[in-house]
Design a protein around this ligand. Sequence first.
Ligand code: HEM
Ligand code: HEM
Ligand code: MTE
Ligand code: MO
Length: 356
Amino acid sequence: MKRWTNLALFVLLGLAFVTGWVAFFYATAPSRASLIVHAVSGYAIVALTPWKSVIASHGIRRRRSGWWASVVLTALVLVSVVAGILHSTGLLVSVGVISAMEVHVGAALVAVPFVIWHVVARRLPVRAVDLSRRSLLRAGALLAGAGLVYGAGEGVVRALTLPGWRRRFTGSYEYGSLDAALLPATQWMFDSVPTIDPASWRLVLRAGSSVRQWTYDELLAFDDRVRATLDCTGGFYSTQDWSGVWLSRLLACFQTDGGPLPPPCGEGRGGGPVAVAAAGSVHVRSLTGYDRRFSIESAGRLLIATRLGDQPLDPGHGFPVRLVAPDRRGYWWVKWVTAITIDELPSWWQLPFPMQ
Ligand code: HEM
Ligand code: HEM
Ligand SMILES: Nc1nc2c(c(=O)[nH]1)N[C@H]1C(S)=C(S)[C@@H](COP(=O)(O)O)O[C@H]1N2
Ligand SMILES: [Mo]
């Protein structure tokens, strides 16, 4: 049972970690599906406490070298699980500017090196016996039990109409929709708000050897509108009205088919038309270096926004221009955009999440 418990914890920790990130990656149905597996694996970890306690107290009594690191690991997993439950039930969604979801993911991230150390130092015993009929039955019972706990939890949230009842399928809570003043300004991790002088700032579009620059005033002249939901992985979402210009319209200025260029491309802004690479992707980069890559086909649904709720953006929300990516999680909405480049690389050629 001891070996089985440790192995089960190993598999469940991996499952919880991966399904958490998968849920962050998608802004559609796969997000919810992944979160159900996520919650069940989280509760299964908790359900193993009675067995793991025996193992742990034995190890702690022996004072094996580095035992304190295992205690830190225990604290981190505990903090993460408690914060996850506080978020999901809505009992405590944030304290000041720190959200339960940020604590949840932060503690899980800090736990990673501890888990690796723990597994290496304490050895992960995998033997043929681990796939025995009995082990599998135990695993089935554990997951079924955890599933019931999760289902019951969701039932309680609904029955008591706890705040968690109102969360979106991504798990996020609504905040300040259609009131631009209430939209919080948030950064993915370490980025900070740059000061940009709109007079000297340019949006530089590149495709092959062709370059085309847009000034802030030129971009302000567009009025393409979209109502879109910014769903931040920090645990909130907000639906707002944005306006600016669809990226596909700017890219069209590079397209050549012999005929007249679509306005405003034919208005003598220089930078001759070139063929846009059929394969490849669009790379959108912030002045800060923060970047995301998109498929060229998605450009018709990516807004280069200059305004939020009919007012020019403020620095925190991406002044002078930022991306609005309606069907994607917040971290795709690149702020302070300065460079947009079409190249041959496929759109999946990037880390799944930004690193800054
Ligand atoms: C939720 C995740 C886990 C927590 C909170 C946890 C916690 C602990 C604690 C507090 C100890 C006692 C201190 C020590 O000996 O370092 C311990 C021991 C141990 N753990 Fe874990 N652990 C976890 C996952 C795992 C995993 C995935 C494995 C698989 C390799 C594992 C294998 C062991 C072993 C073999 C011992 C030594 C027991 C002994 O000396 O008798 N643990 N664990
Ligand atoms: C040690 C690893 C982790 C464990 C044990 C864990 C466990 C949990 C638990 C128990 C919940 C509450 C589930 C519920 O009652 O609905 C939860 C919620 C959540 N977790 Fe994790 N988690 C871990 C890591 C992560 C990571 C790394 C991410 C994201 C990258 C993440 C994203 C989420 C999200 C979005 C929710 C909210 C789900 C909802 O509100 O429906 N988790 N987690
Ligand atoms: N350059 C840059 N753009 C960024 C980020 C960042 O850290 N740097 N954070 C992203 C994240 S995680 C979110 S949720 C949204 C937040 O947009 P807001 O501050 O306008 O609400 O911006 C996105 N764009
Ligand atoms: Mo975010």
